[in-house]
Design a protein around this ligand. Structure first.
Ligand SMILES: C[S@@+](CC[C@H](N)C(=O)[O-])C[C@H]1O[C@@H](n2cnc3c(N)ncnc32)[C@H](O)[C@@H]1O
Length: 265
């Protein structure tokens, strides 16, 4: 497993905060991309499934949404939650997207913050495009990590950005991928390509909490990769925690590219 951020139950609670910051922007992009009632959709790398539920809401009970993720624990938690809610048009599956082998199946595929963690992004994009029916829509959202905002500037925040990008890179990913997505869509033969940027930001609230939450979830990967040690990590974490709680500091989540296109009919 090359994923740098801890998953499972605590990973799911971090993703819930991410969803609180980002879901309204993702729903906006899904609408612009052309999601419709009755669509059969895939949420690739669904994590805790927050967008799977949003998509189910958009397609209605005549539609269907499948959330897939290779984190076995998170999929188990999602299935448990789903059975309590008794929603029939959602399902969750434990799947590695790199070996997903489905053809001409989905009306719409959504992948948020998945591709930047993978080394074979072009190949995975072609796997996703293959899974779309002719004329189907794909929406990918991913980061350009250097596009974060922290005002006033902070050395601890800069250390977090540098560590995150490096640890993702060491595991084969690319934390700058977002800006390259539109060209990848052209190369993949997609048409009707649209692009916009989303970047939730705040003096308080979910967008501001994300950096500290993410730093905590990459601690093991950072120590394993010897990018820092316990004492330096603790120093940076304490500074980041203090500016996170300081209402005079403005902080954003990563600049997020939202890119959509259509498979040729
Ligand atoms: C940053 S999280 C985003 C989760 C969700 N899309 C969201 O926006 O809330 C990335 C997710 O991709 C999953 N993932 C990473 N590599 C994967 C792979 N090869 N196949 C399936 N899922 C993968 C991780 O387990 C994690 O849940």
């Amino acid at each position: 497993m090359n994923y740098a951020i801890d998953g499972g139950e605590t990973g799911k609670s971090r993703l819930n905060v991410l969803g609180q910051a980002m879901n309204e922007y993702s729903v906006n992009a899904l609408r612009k991309a052309g999601i419709r009632t009755g669509f059969k959709c895939l949420d690739a790398g669904c994590g805790g499934g927050m967008m799977t539920y949003e998509m189910a809401n958009l397609v209605g009970v005549s539609g269907q949404v499948t959330g897939v993720d290779f984190d076995e624990e998170i999929i188990k938690l999602n299935k448990r939650e789903l059975s309590d809610l008794q929603i029939q048009h959602i399902s969750f599956q434990h799947t590695d997207i790199q070996t997903f082998n489905v053809e001409d199946e989905f009306d719409l595929i959504f992948a948020r913050y998945l591709l930047s963690h993978l080394s074979n992004t072009k190949n995975v994009l072609s796997i996703l495009v293959k899974a779309l029916r002719p004329g189907g829509i794909i929406l990918v959202e991913d980061v350009q990590f250097s596009g974060h905002i922290c005002e006033p500037a902070s050395e601890a925040f800069d250390a977090y950005l540098k560590w995150y990008s490096r640890v993702v890179e060491l595991r084969g990913g690319d934390a700058e991928l977002g800006a390259r997505l539109p060209e990848m869509f052209v190369e993949a033969g997609l048409s009707h390509i649209g692009v916009q940027i989303a970047q939730p930001i705040g003096l308080t609230g979910p967008p501001k909490q994300m950096s500290l939450l993410t730093l905590d979830k990459i601690k093991i990967a950072l120590l394993e990769s010897k990018l820092t040690d316990e004492s330096e990590f603790a120093k940076v974490r304490s500074q980041l925690e203090s500016i996170t709680h300081d209402v005079h500091t403005l902080m954003s989540i990563p600049r997020t590219f939202q890119v959509w296109g259509r498979k040729k009919a």
